[in-house]
Design a binder for this molecule. Structure first.
Ligand SMILES: Cc1cc2nc3c(=O)[nH]c(=O)nc-3n(C[C@H](O)[C@H](O)[C@H](O)COP(=O)(O)OP(=O)(O)OC[C@H]3O[C@@H](n4cnc5c(N)ncnc54)[C@H](O)[C@@H]3O)c2cc1C
Length: 303
C-alpha cells in the first residue's frame, strides 16, 4: 500500500469515528455542473460547522481542496487523491448586520443570495443573478458580470488560514483575489444600498435576457473558458479562428458563444475537454502570438 493510500485509509477511519459526512470514489460528473466524467475524487467531505472544519484542519493540515459548487473547476486526471471539502450546514446562510450590511456565508448559493436580497429591495447584487457558484467561490474568483463584480461590494472576508481565523480585506482583480490558495473562506461582509424593487428587478430581467441570448445555458458547462486577453475578447478571437461548433468526443465549443465549451452529449470526458483546450491555446498562439489563460481552476494534474 502506498503512503497516499495509507493516508486515505486512515483519514476515512477518522472521519467515520468523528461522525463526519463524506463520500468516497465520487465521479467527477457529480462534482460540477459541467458533468464531465473520466475520473473520480477519492474522498469528498461535507463540513457542517466551524468546529468540524477546525477538527479536520487539525488532522490533515491544509492538504485538501475546498470546493464550492464546482462551477469554475475543471477536474482532470483519473483520480484525485487530495480530500475535497465542501461547506454546508451553518455555512449556508445570510445574516443581516445593519440596514445595508450583510454577512454572506461561504456555502450559500450565490445566485440565490443575489435573488433574495434583490427581491427585498437591496441593490448591488443584480450582476450575480445567474452565476451558479457559492459565495466562497464568488469571492475567491471575484465573480463578475454586466460591468460589476463582487469586489465592488465586499468589505471584509473571514478566512481560516494556517489554523487561525483572520479577518482580511483582500485585493481583487479580473477574476482574481489575493486570498491565499490554502485559505478557507468562511464568510464575506457586503455593503449594498436600498433601492426601488421594480428598478432592481427590471435590471435583473435585462441581465438574464442578455445571458439567455448570448450563452448556451441549456448545456452543461463551466461558463467562459479563457480570460479575455488585454483589450481583446477571447470569444471574438476563437470565433475568428472558426472554433464555434468544433467538437471532440462529447464536447464542443458552443455555436452560440465561442468562448464556452459545452458537454453537449452529457457524456464528455476530461480528455475531450483537454484536447479542445490544447487546440485553442495552440492556434491562438500561432495566429496572434497570444497566450490564452484559463478562467477555470484546474484540479488534478496541472494543465
Ligand atoms: C452557466 C455558467 C455561468 C457563469 N457565469 C459567470 C459569470 O457571469 N461571471 C463569473 O465570474 N463567473 C461565471 N461562471 C463561473 C462560476 O460560476 C463562478 O466563478 C463562481 O463564482 C464559482 O463558484 P463555485 O462555488 O462554483 O466555485 P468552485 O468552482 O467550486 O471553486 C472555484 C475556486 O474557488 C475556490 N473556493 C470555493 N469555495 C471556497 C471557499 N469557501 N474558500 C476558499 N476557496 C474557495 C476553489 O478552491 C476554487 O479555487 C459561470 C459558470 C457557469 C457554469
Amino acid at each position: 500500500m502506498s503512503e497516499q493510500e495509507k493516508f486515505l485509509r486512515d483519514l476515512i477511519n477518522r472521519l467515520a469515528k468523528l461522525n463526519c459526512v463524506f463520500d468516497t470514489n465520487v465521479d467527477f460528473s457529480k462534482l460540477s455542473p459541467f458533468r464531465i466524467g473520466g475520473g473520480s475524487a477519492c474522498v469528498v467531505v461535507r463540513i457542517r460547522s466551524l468546529k468540524e472544519l477546525q477538527i479536520l484542519n487539525s488532522i490533515i493540515g491544509e492538504e485538501f481542496y475546498i470546493l464550492g459548487r464546482g462551477s469554475n473547476t475543471f477536474f482532470r486526471g483519473e483520480s484525485i487523491q487530495a480530500p475535497i471539502i465542501k461547506l454546508v450546514g451553518e455555512f449556508d446562510k445570510i445574516e443581516k448586520i445593519s440596514a445595508t450590511k450583510f454577512r454572506l456565508y461561504a456555502g450559500a448559493h450565490f445566485d440565490q443570495v443575489c435573488r433574495a436580497l434583490s427581491k427585498d429591495g437591496y441593490s448591488g447584487l443584480e450582476f450575480g443573478v445567474g452565476i451558479p457558484g457559492t459565495v466562497g467561490g464568488a469571492i475567491k474568483m471575484n465573480a463578475g458580470a454586466h460591468g460589476s463584480e463582487i469586489a465592488n461590494i465586499i468589505t471584509e472576508v473571514c478566512i481560516l488560514y494556517e489554523g487561525k481565523l483572520e479577518i482580511i480585506k483582500p485585493d481583487f482583480g479580473y477574476r482574481f483575489s489575493s486570498i491565499p490558495s490554502k485559505a478557507v473562506i468562511l464568510w464575506g461582509d457586503i455593503h449594498i444600498s436600498q433601492a426601488k424593487t421594480d428598478m432592481i428587478m427590471s435590471l435583473i430581467r435585462r441581465n438574464l435576457d442578455y445571458r439567455k441570448a448570448t450563452q448556451p445555458l441549456e448545456y452543461p458547462s463551466l461558463g467562459s473558458v479563457f480570460k479575455n486577453p488585454e483589450s481583446k475578447s477571447a470569444g471574438e478571437i476563437l470565433e475568428h479562428l472558426g472554433f464555434k461548433g468544433l467538437s471532440i468526443g462529447g464536447c464542443k465549443f458552443s455555436e452560440k458563444h465561442a468562448n464556452w465549451i459545452i458537454n453537449y452529449s452529457k457524456k464528455g470526458t476530461y480528455k475531450d475537454v483537454e484536447e479542445l483546450l490544447y487546440l485553442a491555446i495552440q492556434r491562438v498562439k500561432e495566429s496572434f502570438l497570444i497566450d490564452l489563460e484559463l478562467e477555470w481552476v484546474v484540479l488534478g494534474s496541472q494543465f
